[in-house]
Design a protein around this ligand. Structure first.
Ligand SMILES: *Cc1c(COP(=O)(O)O)cnc(C)c1O
Length: 244
């Protein structure tokens, strides 16, 4: 028996229950299974268990893992992206959740044109204003949308992403998730565009996120257990070269 089936079914059931509580259909929410620090063996088991959409937070780690993983898997980048990794990112990922500057938009557009890919992008918003967090301020968001609409053809803006501050009480994340939804609604009205995706919610708070409108929940620990502090399997961690 595949050990990932029970946690997968449990997470799906919790997503479905949260969706129904909010009067939403469970099918409106997709589970992005976050496999960072785990190897392609884990991705394989996850695919066998029924998962098909995976999230990674580092381009280098994904560049190693994705070619070793089942070809049926779909990959999203959820972690911070530096412009010098844009070329790799547009080849590896269908969707990039963490776009947070005009400079990165330009790098991704150029890279996608060159690679002949059409990635979807979400703008990451630092809703809480925590200085340690990446993301655009809510005030900078309209400018970034304008920049995207005016300057990109290969990229398609389809949503927003946020991370709530770390807090053991999931209810404390609710206002941040509600704010992201309100920002989305305002952008849709102002620019007359559709932004169907809201990427929000992790292991500790995904049910609250679904109640507040999440379409993409990014869940790692609840599916795969606690992560090692150091990514033992990452190819670019020089202490582990050759390990697998
Ligand atoms: C690691 C990570 C997650 C998943 O976190 P869990 O608490 O393990 O579910 C979600 N989003 C981002 C951006 C991450 O880096």
């Amino acid at each position: 028996m595949n050990d990932l089936i029970p946690p997968y079914e449990s997470v799906l059931a919790r997503i479905a229950a949260a969706a129904r509580r909010a009067g939403r259909r469970p099918e409106e929410v997709r589970l992005v299974a976050v496999t960072k620090t785990h190897g392609p063996d884990v991705v394989r088991d996850a695919v066998d268990a029924g998962m098909d959409l995976f999230g990674e937070n580092k381009v280098q780690e994904a560049a190693w893992k994705i070619p070793l993983s089942p070809a049926s898997a779909h990959w999203h980048l959820i972690g911070h992206l530096q412009t010098n990794k844009a070329r790799q990112a547009v080849r590896l990922f269908e969707t990039i959740h963490s776009v947070d500057s005009a400079k990165l938009i330009d790098a991704l557009e150029a890279a996608a044109r060159q690679a002949g890919t059409r990635p979807e992008v979400y703008l990451e918003v630092n809703v809480s204003g925590e200085p340690s967090k990446y993301g655009l301020t809510p005030e900078a968001l309209p400018g970034a949308v304008e920049h995207l609409l005016a300057n990109t053809h290969a990229l398609t803006l389809t949503g927003l992403m946020t991370m709530a501050p770390f807090d053991p009480e999931p209810e404390h994340a609710r206002p941040h998730f509600a704010r992201l939804r309100q920002l989305r609604d305002a952008l849709e009205a102002r620019f007359r565009i559709g932004l169907p995706h809201l990427s929000m919610g992790m292991t500790g708070d995904f049910e609250v996120a679904v109640e507040e409108g999440a379409t993409d929940v990014r869940v790692g620990t609840a599916l795969f257990g606690a992560r090692p502090k150091v990514a033992r399997l990452a190819p670019d961690a020089d202490t582990t070269s050759g390990a697998l």
